[in-house]
Design a protein around this ligand. Structure first.
Ligand code: SAM
Length: 308
């Protein structure tokens, strides 16, 4: 991984399901460090590779990597994939292969100044797009106790959400909570003696909830799934080609549930075929060499336009 900062998960499974072919337009909605995009592009002679990412640095890294490894100059959009359908349609672009590998890349987690890791001292930022939007510090210091408890419960599924929210509110009254390690300590204190019994770091779920909220991750996924469905209904007028393959890799159950429901509904409506009934997960061998792959769940489908 050295220098690249992220190992793509489920590489063979993604290639198999999305089966890129010569002339395809390959769209990677979460370019990251360019691992999946480069791998998909090397598999065929695409007519275009299109990259999206909220993170300008990752987008630029992925673009340079793709050009270096495949001699293809990708079309890049520093944008949320929630806007992909609109952006692609405006440019007259249609996807044959569409991939979303959700969440954050390892290099982002490893950079303390992004504030994504409770193990590294850094500012409570958590924005994937560092040029806009509110930070985690704003949420932690400005939400009411009830709003914090709801957030940590609904997006982090933490059973101690109320205790954590109460502790945050009492601690921030002394001094605003502005760093990752201070928040991690506050959460640990809220867990009290239960912290020792917890298999994961007590801060894990609170940090996940905040990251999801800061980056509006569930809203973006909803918008994407809505636009995929709309394209399937529009047939040839849509932004997905007849026969397009769509894949989503998710890292927590809230996301996987949404993808499952959407793909199942499209199949029931006769607009798509699911390429796997159960989510594809990493083998023990992959997890041993890339522990980040452990929670990954991959679902894929093929568009069935009326005209196809
Ligand atoms: C798991 S990484 C992708 C890694 C990539 N597949 C690779 O092989 O290097 C996720 C990337 O998606 C970006 N991202 C997350 N949510 C996004 C969104 N809603 N729109 C665009 N990019 C997003 C993150 O900034 C990050 O770079």
């Amino acid at each position: 991984m050295c220098g690249i900062g992220h190992i793509p998960v489920l590489p063979n499974e993604v290639l198999d399901a999305l089966s890129p072919s010569d002339g395809d337009v390959i769209v990677d909605l979460t370019a990251g460090r360019g691992g999946h995009a480069s791998m998909l592009a090397k598999q065929c002679a695409p007519s275009n590779v299109i990259l999206f990412d909220l993170d300008a640095q990752n987008l630029s890294f992925a673009s340079t990597r793709l050009e270096r490894e495949t001699s293809i100059k990708p079309i890049c959009f520093h944008a949320n994939f929630a806007t992909a359908a609109q952006t692609m349609s405006k440019q007259g672009l249609k996807a044959d292969v569409l991939l979303a590998d959700l969440g954050f890349a390892s290099n982002q987690m490893d950079e303390p100044e992004r504030g994504l890791s409770f193990l590294r001292e850094g500012p409570l930022d958590m924005r994937l797009n560092q040029s806009s939007g509110r930070t985690a510090a704003t949420i932690v210091n400005e939400y009411s106790e009830q709003e914090l408890a709801d957030l940590i419960f609904t997006k982090g599924e933490d059973p101690f959400s109320r205790q954590i929210a109460r502790k945050i509110v009492s601690e921030r009254a002394k001094e605003p909570i502005l760093s990752t390690t201070r928040l991690a300590n506050v959460v640990r204190d809220a867990y009290g003696s239960k912290a020792r019994a917890s298999r994961m770091n007590p801060a894990t779920r609170t940090f996940m909830a905040l990251r999801i909220a800061v980056n509006d991750e569930l809203m973006a996924l909803d918008a994407l799934l809505h636009d995929v469905e709309a394209s399937c209904r529009k047939g040839a007028e849509g932004w997905l080609q007849p026969d397009a393959r769509v894949g989503v890799i998710s890292f927590h159950s809230l996301e996987d549930r949404k993808v499952k429901q959407s793909f199942t509904a499209l199949e029931k409506a006769g607009l798509a075929t699911r390429l796997n009934r159960k989510p594809i997960q990493a083998t023990d061998e992959e997890v041993a060499s890339n522990p980040r792959a452990r929670p990954a769940k991959f679902r894929a489908m093929r568009v069935l336009h009326a005209s196809s």
